[in-house]
Design a protein around this ligand. Structure first.
Ligand code: HEM
Length: 465
């Protein structure tokens, strides 16, 4: 067989078929489908072959896993048995120093830098204030009953937040607008390519990447210069300053790290916020309960004579919000797959996964599995309030929207906080309506074709009682 090298003889590979020469099943695998489903391709394969099957994707023999245990096994054995593996075209655009690509000690040290930069002390002292500011600035531009796509707004908020916190780039800096456009081009190139062909979108994305890195380098040099002159007022408040003080990364490595944080932290959390609006629009009972939670917090603050700005302690009290977010991430599946390769020959559940084979865990699968979640296609934030029956941890064990283990999401606490702060201001200040059904579709990351158009009506401010 063209796709299976002779060294797989005698092995018990997972069942499957390798599809067309070279491209294999890449096209049906990447075909857009309704976000709240596995899509026809995966559903068909799972029905035919079971939860673990073999195929050929992006030019490589591949094991696709919709099996939560194998997915967890992959995450828990990252580095030891598995390593990141992207289609070459994607790896080229991400950059050779990208956090998603690097391994071993280098990954560990960059990860610890990113995690401490995105850890609780900074969320509390910097990010919380900034998120509130950018969200309320955006909300102030909204007019009653004038339709607009909410995704565009969440996207601007998360972009401003990241750009400010990695580079201290001011919104009025002309390079900020340029970065916004460059980044959109970069993203299109990244998600558009199913196989490694030098097509236009990719060429544009490669050029966008170069220009973004040039801007980052320029800003890095400006900062070093200011530090030497003693005129730097930012210090380690952004990741640029933080890295200059805490690590010895060169411009190239630093550029890829920042691009990675931009890439990891911008569209994902904007999509997640938009997704919460989408689900809540059809769940008025949850909106009511959120509103109660927020009104209580707002009026207590007022009674205590505190400023309206939220504190970390306020945020930590928003318990039902956390349920809404867990449910949004479960059903919304912002990241459908991760990309790995077997470093050694591996056996799992009686199957052989040969060294060098690509392994693609489908994170969506367990999230929509009726054996794990009762009525999995229903948005039910209350399921996260119910105590688990003794000994039954399936609901938690099989929940992995942020990945797990060594390579888990460095920004997960930030992402959750962004979502909650957004909901606080959105639900407290507005009634809204979705205009026409714009259900999210997914090929790599969920998209709302029309950006989820809504109209809003501003509510009167909360009174302390
Ligand atoms: C709802 C929003 C988000 C979701 C669902 C999400 C999901 C994920 C997942 C599944 C991974 C693991 C990738 C893998 O195993 O290969 C990951 C990694 C990562 N994420 Fe997120 N993410 C979100 C938001 C963010 C934010 C806000 C940031 C930063 C500002 C961020 C930064 C990162 C970074 C740097 C990595 C790489 C970690 C590593 O390689 O060790 N993410 N994310």
């Amino acid at each position: 067989n063209h796709n299976e090298s002779s060294n797989t003889k005698g092995l018990k590979l997972p069942p499957g078929s390798m599809g067309w020469p070279v491209i294999g099943d890449t096209i049906p695998f990447r075909k857009e489908h309704k976000c709240i489903s596995l899509g026809d391709y995966l559903e068909g394969r799972v029905q035919k072959y079971g939860k673990i099957f073999r195929t050929h994707l992006f030019g490589h023999p591949t094991v696709v896993s919709t099996d939560a245990e194998l997915n967890r096994f992959v995450f828990m054995n990252d580095e030891k048995l598995f390593e990141p593996f992207f289609p070459k075209s994607v790896a080229d655009i991400l950059g050779e120093h990208s956090m998603l690509v690097i391994t071993g000690d280098i990954h560990r040290s960059v990860k610890s830098l990113a995690s401490s930069f995105l850890g609780v002390p900074r969320l509390r002292n910097y990010f919380l204030k900034d998120i509130e500011q950018f969200i309320t600035e955006a909300f102030n531009t909204w007019e009653d009953d004038v339709p607009f796509p909410i995704k565009e707004q969440t996207s601007k908020v998360t972009f401003k937040l990241i750009v400010k916190n990695i580079l201290s780039m001011k919104p009025e800096d002309p390079r900020s607008e340029e970065m916004w456009k460059l980044f959109a081009t970069f993203m299109k190139g990244l998600v558009a390519i199913p196989i490694d062909l030098p097509i236009t979108k990719r060429g544009k994305a490669v050029r966008a990447r170069k220009r973004i890195l040039a801007i980052i380098k320029e800003m890095m040099e400006e900062r070093i210069h200011k530090k030497e002159a003693g005129t730097d007022e930012i210090g380690d408040a952004d990741i640029l300053g933080y890295c200059l003080e805490n690590s010895k990364q060169d411009a190239e490595q630093f550029g890829d790290l920042m691009l990675g944080i931009l890439f990891g932290g911008h569209e994902t959390s904007a999509t997640a916020m938009t997704m919460s609006v989408y689900f809540l629009s059809d769940c008025p009972r949850a909106v009511e309960q959120l509103r109660e939670e927020y009104q209580q917090i707002a009026s207590k603050k007022k009674q205590r004579g505190e400023p309206a700005a939220l504190t970390w302690e306020d945020y930590r009290q928003m318990e039902f919000s956390q349920c809404v977010i867990s449910e949004t991430l479960r059903l919304g599946n912002i990241i459908k797959t991760v990309h790995r390769r077997a470093k050694v020959d591996i056996q799992f559940k009686g199957y052989d996964i040969p060294r060098g084979w690509q392994v693609i865990p489908i994170l969506t699968a367990s999230h929509l599995d009726s054996e794990v979640y009762e009525k999995p296609l229903i948005f039910n934030p209350w399921r996260w309030q119910e105590a688990l029956p003794a000994g039954n941890t399936a609901r938690l064990d099989n929940y992995m929207p942020f990945g797990l283990g060594l390579r888990n999401c460095a920004g997960l606490e930030l992402a959750k906080m962004e979502m909650v702060i957004f909901l606080y201001h959105f639900v407290l200040n507005f009634d809204w309506k979705m205009l026409n059904a714009d259900p999210p579709v997914v090929s790599s990351i969920p998209e709302f074709t029309n950006g989820l158009p809504i109209t809003v009506r501003r509510l009167s401010p909360v009174q302390a009682n």
